[in-house]
Design a protein around this ligand. Structure first.
Ligand code: UDP
Length: 393
């Protein structure tokens, strides 16, 4: 139990019951005796991390797409495990390209099967070096990053089509950081992630988030949509985790997001033998199929359920998922951020409010740090921070 050292009886409002809001609520409730209200427009907690059991199969379903928890930081791993037990989980992804299923991320098995070779790790490394485009010295975007490190053939087979479907634009318009999420390996390790700690909460993410928000001084209001004209005068400070452009009634225009939709497919005991298969060919309209019983491999279910995932531009009624961060978006973002710093009583936190492609561990780490900085500023009677990050354009 943390010592209560922040004794001002503040009223805080957190808008959004996703992972940012939950982390902030849990930390503020532990280290202060404030009242914390959380509003969320949906009928459930957890934002896009929400999980629930499928009615027909009993499988724990990640309603808004697969979530695998990864981190290199022991304090973040300990933080989530302090609320609910996690089971170790290693994400192993397959990728269909030109009708053949390969292992992803690109590893020695992928390289050898794709080029019909039996390379050793050293030979594969040298071979890929010969394929990489040496005219690109400092890759400036997704496409250049790929061509420089893995060459045209692997790029076209696994990344070009998938990325175009996923993001709805040419990969050369996207930042190289998106590709850097995925490792390339010269051994047979097919773990999709590189992190030290990797797991899935045994009872689902909703259970984790419910427990994070379980303190007596936290009140949760579901189906409560924040609107720009909402009366927030009763609150000493507001933490907003929704889309930043919505806070300002989109006055400079809408930031670009991709959203995803799912087609549910029922099947017998094991539909695809693995949690995720990516479909990299551009002529197939979907990006991947995830079979959720494999995320909870410790459970037994007679039937199975999978989700075919489609990506599209986010319309006004759609849930924003992936911030595109194209050049024009970043210019808009700067304008919204300049307006935000004038507000004083409002802070902006998380994937939507800072408009960044963040993983769960980033979100939690940043919210924990932000809570600390906020409390310190409060105790020193200074203005609280508005954003957890600098925006680098
Ligand atoms: N990607 C790809 N082919 C794949 C998998 C990923 O081109 O088979 C690219 C694509 O642009 C994607 C990005 O790599 O958006 C990041 O992939 P990740 O699996 O991390 O995406 P997420 O699970 O967050 O949707």
């Amino acid at each position: 139990m943390h010592q209560i050292y922040f004794s001002l009886a503040n009223n805080f409002l957190i808008i959004g019951a996703g992972l940012s809001g939950a982390t902030l609520a849990s930390r503020l409730s532990e280290i202060s005796n404030s009242q914390i209200d959380i509003w969320d427009e949906r009928s459930h907690l957890g934002g896009n991390c929400f999980t629930k059991r499928d009615d027909k199969t009993g499988v724990m379903v990640h309603e808004y797409g697969p979530h695998i928890f990864n981190t290199d930081k022991k304090e973040i791993w300990d933080f989530v495990n302090s609320y609910t037990p996690f089971r170790p989980y290693v994400h192993r992804v397959k990728a269909m390209s030109n009708g053949i299923i390969y292992s992803l991320p690109v590893n020695l098995d992928t390289i050898n099967r794709f080029f019909n070779k039996n390379f050793s790790p050293e030979e594969a490394k040298l071979f890929l070096e010969t394929l990489g485009d040496k005219n690109i010295t400092a890759p400036k975007n997704f496409e250049e990053q790929a061509l420089h490190f893995i060459g045209k053939q692997l790029y076209e087979a696994f990344f070009y089509g998938y990325t175009k479907k996923q993001w709805g634009c040419e990969p050369r318009e996207l930042p190289a950081s998106i590709l850097k999420r995925i490792p390339v390996r010269f051994n047979y390790d097919d773990n999709y992630h590189n992190n030290i700690y990797t797991g899935i909460p045994e009872n689902g993410y909703t259970d984790l988030i419910e427990k994070m928000m379980g303190a007596a001084n936290i009140r949760i209001y579901l189906n409560k949509k924040w609107m720009p004209d909402a009366d927030i005068s009763a609150y000493d400070h507001v933490f907003y985790t929704g889309p930043i452009d919505a806070w300002f009634r989109y006055k400079y225009g809408r930031l670009g997001y991709r959203t995803v939709t799912f087609e549910k497919i029922y099947g017998t005991i094991d539909m695809q033998g693995v949690a995720q298969i990516n479909y990299c060919d551009p002529d197939l309209p979907f990006t991947r199929i995830t079979e959720h019983k494999h995320f909870a491999y410790w459970e037994k279910h007679e039937k199975s359920v999978s989700f075919k995932e489609f990506s599209k531009e986010t319309g006004e009624q759609d849930i924003p998922y992936y911030p595109k961060r194209l050049y024009a978006d970043k210019q808009l973002l700067l304008k919204y951020r300049s307006d935000a710093v004038l507000l004083k009583k409002v802070s902006f936190l998380g994937r939507l409010a800072t408009y960044r492609y963040m993983d769960m561990h980033h979100v939690i780490g940043e919210a924990l740090q932000f809570a600390k900085e906020f409390i310190t500023a409060r105790m020193n009677a200074e203005l609280p921070p508005v954003f957890p990050n600098e925006e680098l354009v």
